[in-house]
Design a protein around this ligand. Sequence first.
Ligand SMILES: [Zn+2]
Length: 257
Amino acid sequence: MIDEWDLSATNLHRIRNRRYQVAVLPVGATEAHNLHLPEGSDVRHTTWVARRACELAWPRCESVVCLPTLPYGVDCNLMAYPLTIHVSQANLDAVVRDILVSLRHHEIRKTVILNGHGGNEFSPLIRQVQSDLDMHVFLCDWWKVGHDKYSEIFDAPDDHAGEFETSVGLALYPDLVEPDVAGSGRTRPFRFEALRRGWVRTSRDFSRAGDHCGVGDPSRATAEKGRAYLDLVCTRIADFLVELAGTGIDAHFPHEP
Ligand SMILES: [Zn+2]
């Protein structure tokens, strides 16, 4: 069976007979994830979430299309770890912008960037693109979608390759997770109170924060926790995609009429 929500799978014969309303562009990264998770974690889990959400949305609207995932992200603060691949935000923005221009050319005026990597920041690009082009772009950092339920599923807050991301790995690609070699995920706190309190921020160099690049304890991860969070997130994203696909663009979109 050919999934018509999957751009990499469908074909011109089918696309010509469709009127897609919403495109989903997943963006990941290729970087170290503590010692025990695959370098492609962000590509793998973000691709899975995007595909699952579109698969769930499709029978209800038949007008969403999932694009292939961009596999690289902004990773200059993880370059201490071998084979992490860094693409600058400016170059990533340039590629994403070209993709958005292509979508607009093909009359798709609603796009969701599904981001799976904390180092990627697309808000300035979206602000500019919406000013330059007659289209609407939405940003979803997928790992944040279920944060209101986070503490019902996980034991502790997470950041990078800890309980949350390891649980997701155990749910989606258990053969690629090596819990036995995982580092603790402990990091050094900031030495300044303003940074600890959060009213001054900086950008972390992961190699200064800890001995490995994990931030968050992976030892309490389970596949069940991963599945519970993924189910919640994909359901919510699918609902949004259906709503977005079914909403026409008027003078006040995306605000209330
Ligand atoms: Zn990650």
